[in-house]
Design a protein around this ligand. Structure first.
Ligand SMILES: [Zn+2]
Length: 278
């Protein structure tokens, strides 16, 4: 019996376990209940949170049957509890959920049975924004990071190898920062000025004879990025420490030569920065 929304299913087209968010972004695929006693076709749907429902109902006794189902699998009205969402899933991929063109014909029961057995226990595929990926990284105990897969630009990493700490960068020119292939992170100070925010990396990079920090200047102009920082600065403190995460273009030296700039626009969900209180 299920007391939370159904959030995982088998995707026949990808031969993989997937989350409801993934399926909701790829509705053209065929999805099935993963329990070999059931294997009913399910479809993604979103009211508040994405989840799966079975138009033909789950087979009686399937662990995905809603809690108040009758013994024969009929009269299914989900109880209130059934709208509870489980813990957020850990993205296995940074980037928008991919739409695949290839469509496969519907599987037979025995093909599905074989796939369900092969996929038993494997983590669901789930694409996430940079913020989703960073949140999962922050929640994850260190010893699990090497085991959790993370696909970035079609390259296989783990939550350990896909993240790169700025402090290990040494004296190398900033152009070699792996921020187009991995999520880079490091300590940053954020100053709350009258008209703008200044985000400055603690790590400084060699540039000619100088040491130059990554600096993002965000004007307080009501933009998405300004509002994002407003929310992080609910208290009156003028300076705060954060961990800065970034994935995107290589930092560019400013005209004055005194700072390296990275994108200050966070409207892109994937190539942007994220701050987490240190
Ligand atoms: Zn089922």
């Amino acid at each position: 019996m299920r007391t939370e929304l159904m959030q995982e299913s088998i995707c026949w087209d990808l031969s993989a376990n997937v989350t409801a968010d993934y399926a909701y972004a790829n509705k053209e695929f065929s999805y099935f209940c993963p329990h070999s006693v059931c294997l009913q076709e399910v479809r993604p749907k979103r009211i508040v949170n994405a989840h799966f429902f079975a138009p033909e109902l789950h087979v009686a006794g399937c662990p995905n049957e809603p809690e108040n189902a009758e013994g024969d699998g009929t009269a299914l009205k989900p109880s209130k509890k059934a709208s509870i969402v489980g813990a957020p899933s850990v993205p296995t991929e940074l980037g928008p959920a991919k739409s695949w063109r290839a469509k496969r014909s519907k599987p037979t029961k025995s093909e599905l049975f074989a796939l369900a057995n092969a996929l038993k226990g494997s983590a669901p595929s789930c694409a996430g924004t940079l913020k989703d990926v960073v949140d999962a990284w922050l929640r994850m105990p260190s010893e699990q990071k090497a085991e959790k897969p993370l696909l970035i630009n079609d390259e296989n990493f783990s939550y350990e190898s896909g993240f790169y700490c700025l402090s290990s960068f040494g004296e190398t020119p900033v152009e070699e920062l792996p921020c187009t292939s991995k999520v880079i992170y490091g300590m940053a100070r954020v100053k709350n000025d009258e008209t703008c925010y200044w985000i400055t990396s603690v790590k400084a990079f060699h540039c000619a004879d100088n040491k130059v920090n990554l600096i993002i200047n965000v004007p307080k102009n009501g933009s998405l990025t300004a509002n994002y920082l407003n929310n992080l600065f609910e208290t009156d403190e003028s300076t705060k420490s954060f961990t800065l995460f970034y994935f995107g273009d290589v930092p560019k030296l400013s005209a004055s030569g005194k700072s390296y700039g990275i994108s200050k626009d966070i409207s892109d969900d994937y190539r942007r920065f994220v701050l987490a209180p240190a």
